[in-house]
Design a protein around this ligand. Structure first.
Ligand SMILES: Cc1ncc(COP(=O)(O)O)c(C=O)c1O
Length: 472
């Protein structure tokens, strides 16, 4: 494989990125309110220093997540009106089926209310208690559902990937040799399946190469294991292949997407990302035998097989959104917006995870705030300070999120202390992102005087959502 554009993040060499023009005009607006710094100091204290406790109206630019937060197109709003709310056999389901078939090649398709709904049904059928689910970086709800099933999540991450400054075009890849050695050691029957997440959210929205996908197929075939995708950001992944692998630069996104999906036995998906929808999920497979129990679990947990916990109108929105998400101009703008924000922040001296991924930029808080111990959550301090500075909401992805080891009660120390700034799709403009970058830049000068945080309340599971903290 050769790369048309060598990535340019070698030490000390910074590249400015131009802001990509939006491939759309704005037809409807949602007002946002500004707050003063003094108000924000009080608001975040009242929220127990947990950004999840802030109200939307207290935030100027909300980069908490790219999940279900995007803006719909005029075609999606029109599709919504065509929604067929029949309990069974709705036209909306068949339109969704057509769209998924056309774009991914899969014909056995079930809707779910969102990604984790799909995960619950999928793992109930695909993984037995005690079996391993192999991956390149399972997302936290995926890990949660594998755990809840009594199965064991295990990831094969190349060592270089954990270096935030290491530049590689496909840093989301799975370490195939390590996975191979693991299956050999444990035995095929101890492993349920391989689940490759595209793009790799846990590791910074980094793409997976077509070579790595092909090799994963070969590995699955070698041992007779099923191979599925967590395809939440499948079109962003296809765009990175188009952009970074010269073998694919003359192929269309749809051609690349079809090839990418052709290697797998099916996929689960949160449609709240590349489905360009505010809600929804999908499960697909090629295997008729698996489809039957999937349908049964879906009916039990989500709803009948032609709606899966969604309204008919949501199915139409996803059918249309999936098609729009394959538009190369949209994808160039989307990934360009992320790179623009990342490069602006890097220019002002903020250490960033490189290269910039598909849906978010990540601040390397351990490098930025080396005086704050990881058990005092430096990335969370940064997120709180960014809110106070500019009303920008970002989120800690580090030791606070990692929680405690249930056996020892000690903090699980995360490999990286990151602050994630995720960009909702088609929502913010250049001035919003400039405001974010300028607010972050103001933190650089006072970084050395920032303090760590201390937990005053925490829950047993997924503590970051409800945790209460104070400054140390
Ligand atoms: C890769 C990945 N898988 C699964 C999920 C879960 O999807 P949902 O939030 O729709 O339940 C997410 C959500 O962020 C995700 O990024």
């Amino acid at each position: 494989m050769s790369y048309s554009k060598p990535l340019d993040g070698k030490a000390g060499l910074l590249m400015s990125v131009d802001y990509p023009m939006e491939p759309f005009r704005i037809k409807m607006i949602e007002p946002i309110q500004s707050t003063t710094r003094e108000q924000r100091v009080k608001l975040i204290a009242n929220a127990y220093y947990n950004v999840f406790n802030l109200k939307a109206e207290e935030i100027l630019v909300d980069l908490l997540t790219d999940s279900g937060t995007g803006a719909m197109s005029q075609e999606q709003w029109s599709a919504l009106m065509l929604g067929d709310e029949s309990y069974a056999g709705a036209r909306s389901y068949y339109r969704l089926l057509e769209s998924v078939k056309e774009l991914t090649g899969f014909e056995l398709v079930l809707p779910a209310h969102q990604g984790r709904g799909a995960e619950k049904v999928f793992f109930a059928v695909m993984a037995q208690p005690g079996q391993y689910v192999l991956g390149n970086g399972h997302f936290d709800t995926t890990t949660g559902h594998i755990d809840a099933r009594g199965s064991i999540p295990v990831n094969f991450i190349p060592k270089t990937t954990l270096d935030p400054t290491f530049e590689a075009p496909f840093k989301g890849n799975m370490d195939i040799d390590a996975a191979d050695a693991f299956i050999k050691e444990k035995g095929k029957d101890a492993c349920a399946l391989i689940l490759l997440t595209i793009t790799n959210n846990t590791l910074g929205g980094q793409p997976v190469s077509m070579d790595n996908i092909r090799q994963t197929r070969e590995l699955a075939d070698k041992y007779g294991l099923p191979f599925y995708f967590d395809a939440a950001r499948m079109t962003e992944n296809a765009f990175f292949i188009h952009d970074r692998d010269s073998e694919y630069s003359s192929k269309s996104i749809r051609e690349i997407l079809l090839e990418q999906m052709s290697y797998a036995d099916g996929f689960i998906m949160s449609a709240k990302k590349d489905g360009l929808s505010n809600i929804g999920g999908l499960i697909t497979t090629r295997d008729e035998e698996i489809f039957q129990p999937l349908k049964e679990y879906l009916i039990l947990n989500e709803g009948y097989i032609t709606y899966g916990g969604l309204a008919g109108r949501d199915l139409d929105v996803i059918a249309q959104g999936l098609r729009e998400a394959t538009d190369v101009d949209y994808l160039r703008y989307r990934t360009g917006q992320v790179a623009y924000l990342g490069s602006k922040m890097e220019e002002s001296g903020i250490p960033m995870l490189k290269p910039f991924g598909g849906h978010a930029v990540y601040v390397d808080a351990k490098t930025m705030l080396p005086h704050i111990d990881v058990e005092e959550f430096p990335a969370h301090t940064f997120a709180v300070e960014l809110y106070i500075e500019g009303g920008v909401r970002a989120v800690e992805i580090g030791t606070l999120l990692a929680g405690r080891d249930p056996k020892t009660g000690k903090n699980r120390i995360a490999p990286l202390e990151l602050v994630r700034l995720a960009i909702p799709r088609r929502m913010y403009t250049q001035t919003h992102l400039d405001h974010v970058a300028n607010s972050a830049a103001k933190l650089v000068d006072r970084a050395s005087s920032m303090k760590g945080m201390q937990i005053t309340y925490e829950s047993e599971h997924l503590r970051h959502f409800t945790v209460r903290l104070r400054y140390k």
